[in-house]
Design a protein around this ligand. Structure first.
Ligand code: NAD
Length: 262
């Protein structure tokens, strides 16, 4: 699939938040969008080490706009959008693939989550989507598309997902409210892709993640784990005009695992 291009994103420009390395789900989506003709801007966490990593990946895709952005800082978000607008022009899409909870909040029992850890996880993993829409809207074209990444832990209790499950529930709700407002104001769609488990930097923070990876193929209708390139193609669907009638949706890309009740 990687080598086939239908030019579905020709002439479209977008901004990718959430690439940390070549395992990042945002990276798989970016690669697919690029293959379909999209022009991309990337953000990275401010430390130079993170910038180097993202540059190494993004520059071969022809990306020239690679800007720092810690989503806990509205000034950095504003500057990132201004810079993207200056360098590549108005955006047709935004990818939000960002989540964080500190180790203690993921490893300790959920009821012991501290107020500070809860607030930080919600700020980075949920409010950041609101902030990106808030600051990015003026730089987006009518008819654009916003995509975030979520997980089944939003709607079911899953072992060790803890505060992140609560964040994902809030994120999915935010998707519906944002979809209603951005659809009304600018015909912009907002959707979430609910991915099955993939080994990434963030996933490594979830205790016993290997056990989840072994469990899915036993229960999922397709009897395997999702491939990262499938996150890429489904991301392409949600960001392209192929899904022009779809908004406020939580789209599962998990080999069917979420449809099975035992
Ligand atoms: P990842 O670690 O590659 O990506 C997480 C990204 O969040 C990183 O790029 C990191 O730099 C960024 N980030 C963290 N704090 C930030 C901050 N303050 N400001 C800006 N960026 C910040 O891991 P991933 O698995 O690709 O995660 C991407 C998204 O996919 C997350 O929302 C995650 O919850 C979701 N997701 C992952 C899986 C999975 O199994 N890997 C499954 C479903 C959903």
């Amino acid at each position: 699939m990687k080598d086939i291009s239908l030019g579905l994103m020709n002439g479209k420009r977008g901004m990718i938040f959430g690439v940390a390395n070549d395992r990042s789900l945002a990276w798989h989506i970016a690669e697919r969008l690029h293959a379909e003709g999209a022009e991309l801007a990337f953000t990275h966490l401010p430390p130079p080490k993170m910038e180097r990593r993202v540059r190494l990946l993004a520059e071969p895709l022809g990306a020239t706009c690679i800007v720092p952005c810690d989503v806990t800082d509205d000034t950095q978000i504003r500057r990132a959008f201004q810079e993207a607008n200056r360098q590549i022009g108005p955006l047709d899409f935004i990818v939000h693939a960002i989540a964080y909870a500190n180790r203690a909040a993921l490893h300790n029992p959920f009821h012991t989550t501290s107020r500070a850890d809860f607030a930080q996880a919600m700020d980075i993993s949920v409010y950041s989507l609101v902030a990106l829409c808030q600051h990015g809207l003026r730089y987006m074209n009518e008819g654009g598309s916003v995509l975030t990444l979520t997980y089944l832990g939003a709607v079911k209790m899953l072992p060790n997902y803890n505060v992140m499950g609560v964040c994902k529930a809030a994120l999915e709700s935010a998707v519906r409210y944002l979809a209603a407002e951005l659809g009304r104001d600018k015909n912009i769609r907002v959707n979430a892709l609910s991915a099955g488990p993939v080994q990434t930097l963030s996933a490594a923070g979830v205790e016993d993640f290997d056990r989840i990876l072994r469990h899915y193929p036993q229960k999922a209708p397709l009897h395997r784990n999702i491939r990262p390139d499938e996150i890429g193609t489904s991301g392409l669907y949600l960001l392209s005009d192929l899904s022009s009638g779809v908004t406020g949706e939580i789209h599962y890309v998990d080999c069917g695992y979420s449809t099975v009740g035992w």
